[in-house]
Design a protein around this ligand. Sequence first.
Ligand code: COI
Length: 355
Amino acid sequence: MINIMPINIERVKHSRLPEIDFNNLPFGRIFSDHMFVADYENGEWKEGQIVPYADIPLSPATSALHYGQAIFEGMKCDRDANSTDVLIFRPQDNARRFNQSAVRMGMPEVPEELFLEALYELIRLDRNWVPTEANSCMYMRPFMFATDPMLGVRPSDTYKFMIITCPVGPYYSKPLNVLVADKYVRAFPGGTGYAKAAGNYAASMYPMTLAKEKGYDQVLWTDGFTHEYLEEIGTMNVFFVIDGKAYTPELDGTILQGITRDSIMQLLREQGVEVIEKKINVHEIFEAHKKGTLQEAFGAGTAATIISISGIGYKNQHIDLPSAASRTVSEKVKKHLNDIKCGLTNDIFDWIVRV
Ligand code: COI
């Protein structure tokens, strides 16, 4: 049992809350009043603090800015529809995954108790920022980065662990048209694909821009050997519904172990849908579409929740998926997941922490 030092709290003098239009929340641009900060020095985490949300001073030589030793998590919480409680979704799983990322990136682990207590304290303080409007919630962004002011390439000796939170509306406003990667690669066996490392996202920006120029919204990543086996979409995992069964690429170290992905698999199985994790070849998907058995494709992630895929491009081919009316599997599981997150139905898997 680790003893977590008390978290000092410096409250804002004037809350910005009255200025916020909760009916018009862009994703990730509005930040709540407070943030959590803890520093790692001399081999240990120092006392954490909650302070007013503000810019932070950094040396231009800050190691993370040059070599990318930086990781993050994405989490969500909602208001309970029937009480004043805030319901946080699977925070222990994010704490665990954060530390898996830390190990891979040569960074110190954050004790789970510190990660969770900091998060709960921050949410308690800014609970009025958690939206009650439909399709809105609070997004929480824990992150850690290397702070040594030095240009030598080696793991930093000092780090900052921070949590910022923002009330958000939907990440995507419409179903996505995705382009299967046939040249660039997001992750390779032995690389950092399974970690939530900043550099994984940095590497995706240029291919995403090229995909947008071709009229696509996101890249659907493939393996680096054949560019045929589907991995994940820029911000989320991917599912296909073929002949009533749900398929998702198996985890092989190059794919993020999505917590939404895992939740969807458990809920689908609970609903009696067979779920198969396997290597999925892009040609299987195009073949299923030709035979008329490809019913749905959707992305699944914390920020995106569940978002339908309306079209898939691969080299010189493109398929349009069946229209909204046939998205019965994803619509049902999305409702079940949202109902659990908002306290509207039984939390059968014990996923929610009430604060
Ligand atoms: C999330 O779903 O929380 C993510 O981290 C994806 C993205 C917004 C980077």
